[in-house]
Design a protein around this ligand. Sequence first.
Ligand code: HEC
Ligand code: HEC
Ligand code: HEC
Ligand code: HEC
Ligand code: HEC
Ligand code: HEC
Ligand code: HEC
Ligand code: HEC
Ligand code: HEC
Ligand code: HEC
Ligand code: HEC
Ligand code: HEC
Length: 284
Amino acid sequence: MPIGYKKWVIYAVGTICLGLCSIGCVAPATPKPITEKDVPPRYAVAVQALKPEECGQCHPHFYDLIKTKGGKHRIDCKQCHVEFHIYRPGRVRYEQILPKCEACHDLVHGADLAQCSECHSEVHAPLDIPAGRALEQGCHICHPELDKEMKTYVTQHTEIYCSSCHHTRHGYVPECLECHQPHESSMTQSECLACHPPHKALQVVYPEDIPQESCAICHTNACEALKRSGTKHSVLSCTKCHPDKHRTIMRCRECHGEPHPASMLQKFRVCGQCHGTAHTLCRE
Ligand code: HEC
Ligand code: HEC
Ligand code: HEC
Ligand code: HEC
Ligand code: HEC
Ligand code: HEC
Ligand code: HEC
Ligand code: HEC
Ligand code: HEC
Ligand code: HEC
Ligand code: HEC
Ligand code: HEC
């Protein structure tokens, strides 16, 4: 038997079978409607969208991040992840699925700081911003006063600029002792800051009630001379005559006015000619 004939027989039989089948489809036996009773309890509840804690069962890392450091991003995962689990290599690119900042935010810090994720590198912890080049580029934009201060009062800190001190994370505040020896071993950070404003460290200022011992660290002689002399000046604090800013010296007349007749003071223009130094006040 030629091959062609055999093929035809198979086609014919096939067609008849298909025809019979479709007759069956056109007139199916009416199915019984599904009643509540038939559904096993497992399938009886209406489907709810996944809640964050349910996403968290498979994505515990992101759930915990948001929970602990999410700040105002503690919103439903799906408000940001409108689409997810649709990654198809070669068809849906991974980046395409991930939410975009501009969907919800404008250029909040202006056009110069448009690369959000360079600083806000972990969106699930939006204010936990690592220090680094990207952030450093923004210091002067958001903290212009401090930038100006550093550049106006030039010290060796001006060269190290911001991130050497404010390292690790945005908002980190350093201890001076990370980089310096104290003038005296018991000195603490708050004492350093009482005298040195960090962004103009050589503009030493101090509060009026700073203890004499703080000055004595560097001015032993002055302190001892004053104490030894036993004059009415000895009970005055250093800051009475050297107020506010380091190296300030008040003039005698600012406190004493004109203590002697004008004729006498005309002859001796300097009080110290008779009284010696303010610390010792000799009267020879
Ligand atoms: C404020 C918006 C926002 C919220 C809320 C949010 N995400 Fe995200 N998520 C993002 C963005 C943006 C990315 C892309 C990050 C990137 O590019 O590295 C992302 C990435 C992810 C990724 C992929 C991470 C990777 O490295 O590939 C997972 C998984 C994820 N998020 C899970 C969650 C879960 C779970 C929640 C809720 C508990 C959640 N996200 C809440 C914005 C959000
Ligand atoms: C049953 C486990 C499971 C649950 C629940 C789950 N995910 Fe995922 N998710 C995965 C797996 C697995 C991947 C792919 C592997 C990976 O990237 O970790 C993934 C990937 C992702 C990604 C990466 C990009 C993508 O779409 O493929 C995002 C974003 C994401 N999930 C968000 C969510 C959010 C939002 C929820 C809750 C609404 C959620 N997932 C619930 C298992 C889960
Ligand atoms: C689905 C909307 C949505 C998306 C997408 C989104 N955010 Fe937000 N984000 C918010 C809302 C809402 C707030 C709270 C109100 C506000 O500060 O504008 C917020 C606040 C923030 C905050 C301040 C957080 C705080 O605790 O004060 C930062 C920073 C932030 N977003 C950065 C980003 C960055 C960066 C991206 C992109 C990677 C992004 N957001 C994507 C909705 C979103
Ligand atoms: C140069 C780094 C940098 C870039 C780039 C940057 N941010 Fe910020 N952003 C910060 C810092 C620092 C804060 C202040 C954090 C704080 O208050 O502790 C902040 C605060 C925020 C806040 C909360 C306070 C506010 O002003 O509302 C939002 C929202 C925010 N950023 C969104 C964005 C978005 C959106 C982008 C991209 C268009 C972006 N940021 C780009 C560094 C940056
Ligand atoms: C996008 C704007 C922005 C940028 C960029 C930025 N900051 Fe800030 N920074 C802020 C805001 C807003 C605050 C106030 C936050 C608060 O009060 O919680 C702040 C606070 C700080 C604080 C004080 C933290 C505290 O606990 O008092 C330090 C320190 C600081 N920034 C240093 C820096 C340095 C250094 C840089 C650059 C490396 C920088 N910032 C870049 C906006 C910014
Ligand atoms: C990250 C390191 C670092 C920290 C933190 C730091 N400094 Fe400095 N500081 C330096 C460097 C570097 C110099 C240059 C001279 C040197 O090597 O000692 C300097 C110099 C100084 C000078 C002399 C400036 C000049 O131009 O002669 C003073 C004063 C000073 N620091 C005070 C402080 C005080 C006060 C603090 C704390 C508020 C502090 N520093 C924190 C690194 C640091
Ligand atoms: C020598 C280390 C050092 C350098 C360099 C430095 N800072 Fe600071 N900064 C500090 C210290 C210490 C404090 C804490 C001061 C306090 O508690 O009184 C501080 C506080 C701050 C604060 C919060 C308090 C305030 O005064 O508003 C901001 C913001 C800040 N610095 C920004 C900057 C910026 C911007 C730069 C670069 C232009 C910079 N800092 C350079 C040490 C430094
Ligand atoms: C009572 C005020 C006072 C206190 C407190 C103080 N300093 Fe000073 N510091 C000064 C004075 C004044 C100078 C000299 C400034 C000058 O030469 O004009 C100085 C100089 C410095 C210098 C420059 C180098 C040197 O040794 O001469 C550094 C660094 C320094 N101080 C760091 C610190 C640190 C760190 C602390 C805290 C542990 C601290 N200071 C506490 C007043 C103080
Ligand atoms: C860290 C060391 C240090 C500390 C602490 C210190 N000084 Fe000085 N002081 C100096 C140096 C250095 C000079 C400059 C000496 C010179 O030029 O010969 C100086 C100079 C002075 C002068 C003289 C200014 C002039 O033009 O002759 C006065 C006044 C003075 N200090 C007062 C004080 C007082 C008050 C305190 C305490 C609140 C204090 N100092 C703390 C280091 C210090
Ligand atoms: C009654 C005012 C007065 C008091 C109190 C005083 N001083 Fe003076 N001090 C002066 C005057 C005025 C000068 C300038 C030289 C002179 O005419 O005696 C001076 C000079 C100095 C000098 C520079 C010359 C030198 O002697 O090295 C230093 C340092 C100094 N004082 C530190 C101190 C310290 C530290 C204290 C506290 C222990 C102190 N002074 C208390 C008025 C005072
Ligand atoms: C901050 C103010 C102040 C300054 C500056 C000051 N004095 Fe006095 N002086 C006093 C006070 C207060 C007394 C005590 C007055 C009293 O008890 O009647 C005093 C007392 C004196 C006495 C009497 C001392 C005694 O033991 O009997 C003489 C002399 C004197 N001052 C001279 C000077 C000379 C000279 C200068 C400048 C080199 C000077 N004073 C700077 C505040 C000051
Ligand atoms: C020619 C020397 C001479 C000159 C210059 C001089 N004094 Fe006197 N001053 C004296 C003598 C001597 C006394 C002591 C008088 C007494 O003990 O009654 C005195 C007393 C004082 C007293 C009062 C002491 C007390 O116990 O009541 C003060 C305050 C004083 N002088 C301040 C000054 C001031 C400030 C100047 C500069 C403007 C100055 N003197 C210049 C010689 C001088």
